[in-house]
Each structure stands twice: as structure tokens, then as C-alpha cells.
Design a protein around this ligand. Structure first.
Ligand code: HEM
Length: 460
């Protein structure tokens, strides 16, 4: 029962008041600011308190803006950190899948299995599906003579079609797809809203919103369970193509163990929720940035002329300009603007003692936009990554760091690269309006009112 658990934890912790942070009326004002505009509130907190700020009862959270402390949490001391209260909110939808699992042993067992199904061999196979569905979508724009599109919606539809086929498989009907899409949107938005409530109403209280939440959550579970049961009934490993189908047969190479029915369901729902909205929002922002920088689009088109197809993460070398535009896009508009952790043992942040059980927020949004780390930080400038190995940078965290880093990183980078390259080969993009839309955080970072882009055909 997260409500009572939060309340209990809150009362049992009073040990972070020695760390500077808002108190009294300022605390209440900032909490309302978080609820209204979490990115703005992260910025205001940093401006007022610097590299570390504590929010006391009832949320008992410390925000760390210092990359040394972030490295301590995600790297050196990772074994004493688990996912935090903010991530716990997602458990009601994702169960004990990889994102939310805090039991190290079972997390590691599942991580090994899922990583393999998202590894290089699988990605090369899926790249064909990504090309096929992307070309189909672009052809539909051509047939409809589309010249103005909301790329937020278009990318959502396209990445959902890709997730439907690669993750859930071809047995997904159109009706199922619609239900799954609605359920993912509703449940993840509601779990996110819970994160910023001081005293969130438990999900069992029969309010209209909660009933709607349960309806969507049940729909999602029953479709995934049905697809899993279908696969088990066929029991034909040689024909298993989708990630869902392959997970049914997958075994941990060290122990020979597979996933239980419950684990299978949780992992599939987790991959679905963690995978396609993040990729779709990254694409919307990258297209928005390119539409605002015609010169960079032209440079990419030049690189794409006669370039080979993208089938593996080696596109970093074969398409360096495209790769740099993508990593710069997800720096500036980082898809997951904050992550959360909780310490299982007392820790020390510089001069401050951090008692066991404190929620720690890592504000990736601020780190990626800070002049401390980036020259002219708010400028879209892919060239800043020339000769830079991004994985070495402590201040570049779009996929997080350490052992809990994104398991779908390469899959999503390849998906993004294929979609960007195919669209740029067919169309010149211009932003409608003079600037990019405002960014809002709903777990992942969305353009507030879509991403309207004007398209001009450039091929014969
Ligand atoms: C541009 C696209 C994506 C971005 C920016 C992204 C970002 C992230 C981040 C920041 C985390 C760590 C969260 C934390 O530390 O609390 C994460 C974890 C995760 N991501 Fe992604 N992700 C993307 C795409 C995907 C895709 C396509 C999949 C699956 C097909 C996926 C599956 C996961 C899973 C399962 C985890 C949890 C890993 C673990 O804890 O072991 N992600 N992602």
C-alpha cells in the first residue's frame, strides 16, 4: 500500500533537515510548483540552493545537482542504492519488471535474459521491421499529400507500430493496439501525477480517475497475458520472432532458468511502457530541432547520400553526423528529465550525512543544460560531440549510468537513426512558428502542445 508506506517512511525520517532546502511556506510553494511544472521547479530549486537541496516531511527527498554525487549514487556506491519512491509509483503498472524491481537477485536474473533479447543480433533483425514500417508511414504522408504534421503524434503512432510488431508480435489486432496505446498513456500519466502529490490517494479508493486507471491497467494486463498464453500454446521456438515470444523460451545462460508467468507479464509491460513513449518523444524533439536548423539537416542529407543501411550500433562510425545530431538532441531535450533512487544504508554527501531510506532525485534536465558542463548549453550544436566518447562523460546521462542504465539504449538509438534518416531523405522540415514548443515532463519529456512541422518533398 504505497500511501501508508510513504506515510510510515515519512514519519520515521527526520534526518535531512541539516541539508539546506525550502522550509515552511517556501516548501509548500515549491511543492505546488513541482506539481504544475516540475522542470521549472527543478531549476528554481537549483538557483536557490545550489548543488544539493532537501525537501523534508512528508516527501523526504534530496535533489543532487553535483555530478560527483551522482556518480557516487549510480556508480561507486550503486550497491546500496535501489530505485526510489518516485519510481515505486510505477510498480502499480509495471509490477516487478526491470525498471521497478528492487530485489537485486531477481533483477539481475531478468536483466541478463532481457539484455540478450535486445542485443545486437536481435536488433539487426528488427532493423528490417523498423525500415519497413517507417517507409509505410512516409508513403502514407505522400499519398495524403501531407504538408503539415504534428510530429509528436506521428512519431507516437510510428513508434507504437514498431513496438507492437517487434515487442508484442504480429498477433496484435488493431483493436488490441488501440486499447494498449490508450492504457499505456493513461496509466503512466496517472502514476506520474502521483509522484508529485504530497498525500496521493491510494489506488483502491474508488474515485472516477482510479476506476478508469484500473480499467486501463486490467486491459493492458489481459492483452499481454493472452499473447503470452497464445505463444505457450503454439510452443514453437523456431517461429518465435517478437521479444514477447522469445522471452517465453529465454533462459539465463548461467542458471538455465527462464522467467515465471508473472515475470514474463511484468517484463513485457515494462518494455512496452519504458520503450516506445521515450523513443517517440526523443524523435519529436530531434525533428523539432532539425526543423529549426535547416543547415544541419542539409549536412545530414549530404552524409546520407549513398550511405549504407543502418542495422547496428556501428552507425556511430558510418553516420557520425547523424549520431552526433541524435546525442545532442537528447542532451538538450533529455527524455527522462529526472531519475530517483533510495539508499539502503546511511551515506555521506560531502559534509552531509544522508540517512538510510532517503529519496534521492537526479535532475538530468539541469545537468544537461548547465553552463558548468556545456559551452553555450542551450544551443543545439551537434559539433560539440566531435571526437567525444559520450559514455565517458559524467554529465551526459540520457540513458542513466551504471548497472541500471537503459537496457534498450542501442535498440532505441538505431530506431531513432533509421526514422530520422528515412524522413530526411524524403522531406525538408521547417518548424511552424518561430520557436520550439514548451517542454513538459510526464515521466518522459513531451512538447506541450505537439510538434507542428511543415514538410516539403525533396525527391523526384
Ligand atoms: C530514447 C529512448 C530511451 C531513453 C531516453 C531511455 C532512458 C532510460 C533511462 C534514463 C533509464 C534509467 C532510469 C533510471 O535510472 O531510473 C532507462 C531504463 C530502462 N529502459 Fe530505457 N530509454 C529509452 C528507450 C528504451 C527502449 C526502446 C526500451 C526497451 C525496448 C527501454 C527499456 C528500459 C528498461 C527495461 C529500463 C530499466 C533497466 C533496469 O533497471 O535494469 N528503454 N531508460
Amino acid at each position: 500500500m504505497p500511501f501508508f508506506k510513504n506515510l510510515r517512511n515519512s514519519f520515521s525520517l527526520s534526518g535531512i533537515r541539516h541539508i539546506p532546502g525550502p522550509r515552511g511556506l517556501e516548501f509548500v510553494k515549491l511543492m505546488f510548483h513541482f506539481k504544475r511544472d516540475s522542470l521549472g521547479a527543478l531549476e528554481e530549486t537549483e538557483k536557490k540552493f545550489g548543488t544539493i537541496a532537501s525537501y523534508g516531511w512528508p516527501i523526504n527527498t534530496i535533489i543532487i545537482y553535483d555530478t560527483k554525487l551522482i556518480k557516487q549514487v549510480l556508480g561507486d556506491k550503486r550497491k546500496i542504492y535501489v530505485k526510489g519512491a518516485q519510481t515505486d509509483e510505477m510498480k502499480v503498472v509495471m509490477g516487478n519488471g526491470l525498471v521497478t524491481n528492487n530485489d537485486r537477485k531477481s533483477w539481475l536474473r531478468s536483466r541478463v535474459i532481457v539484455s540478450k533479447e535486445l542485443g545486437p543480433a536481435a536488433i539487426t533483425g528488427f532493423s528490417r521491421i523498423i525500415y519497413e514500417l517507417t517507409k509505410k508511414r512516409i508513403n502514407s504522408w505522400k499519398e495524403n499529400g501531407s504538408s503539415n504534421l504534428d510530429f509528436s503524434l506521428e512519431m507516437r503512432n510510428l513508434t507504437f507500430a514498431i513496438a507492437g510488431k517487434t515487442l508484442l508480435g504480429s498477433d496484435l489486432t488493431e483493436e488490441d493496439a488501440r486499447i494498449v496505446d490508450e492504457a499505456v498513456l493513461y496509466t503512466s500519466k496517472m502514476a506520474h501525477d502521483h509522484m508529485f502529490e504530497l498525500f496521493p490517494l491510494p489506488y483502491w479508493v474508488p474515485t472516477k480517475k482510479n476506476r478508469e486507471f484500473h480499467r486501463h491497467n486490467n486491459n493492458l494486463s489481459s492483452i499481454v497475458k493472452r499473447l503470452l498464453n497464445q505463444e505457450k500454446a503454439h510452443s514453437d521456438e523456431a517461429k518465435a520472432k517478437s521479444i514477447l515470444q522469445r522471452l517465453v523460451y529465454a533462459k539465463n545462460p548461467d542458471t538455465g532458468e527462464g522467467l515465471s508467468d508473472r515475470e514474463l507479464k511484468d517484463e513485457v509491460i515494462t518494455l512496452l511502457i519504458a520503450g516506445y513513449e521515450t523513443t517517440s518523444n526523443s524523435l519529436a524533439w530531434i525533428f523539432g530541432l532539425l526543423a529549426n536548423h535547416i543547415d544541419i539537416q542539409d549536412e545530414l542529407r549530404e552524409e546520407l547520400r549513398n550511405a549504407e543501411e543502418i542495422t547496428s550500433i556501428n552507425f556511430k562510425n558510418s553516420h557520425p553526423k547523424l549520431y552526433r545530431a541524435i546525442v545532442e538532441g537528447i542532451r538538450l531535450y533529455t527524455t527522462i528529465p529526472m531519475s530517483s533512487r533510495k539508499n539502503l544504508e546511511d551515506d555521506q554527501f560531502g559534509e552531509y550525512k544522508v540517512p538510510k531510506g532517503t529519496s534521492i532525485v537526479i535532475p538530468v534536465w539541469n545537468i544537461h543544460r548547465s553552463e558548468k558542463h556545456w559551452d553555450d548549453a542551450l544551443r543545439f550544436n551537434p559539433k560539440r560531440f566531435e571526437g567525444v566518447e559520450v559514455n565517458r562523460l559524467d554529465h551526459y546521462l540520457p540513458f542513466s549510468k551504471g548497472e541500471r542504465r537503459c537496457v534498450g539504449e542501442n535498440f532505441s538509438l538505431i530506431e531513432v537513426a533509421i526514422i530520422v534518416s528515412e524522413v530526411l531523405k524524403s522531406y525538408k522540415l521547417e518548424l511552424e512558428g518561430t520557436s520550439l514548443p514548451r517542454a513538459v515532463s510526464h515521466v518522459s519529456l513531451k512538447p506541450e502542445n505537439g510538434m507542428p512541422i511543415k514538410l516539403t518533398r525533396i525527391e523526384a
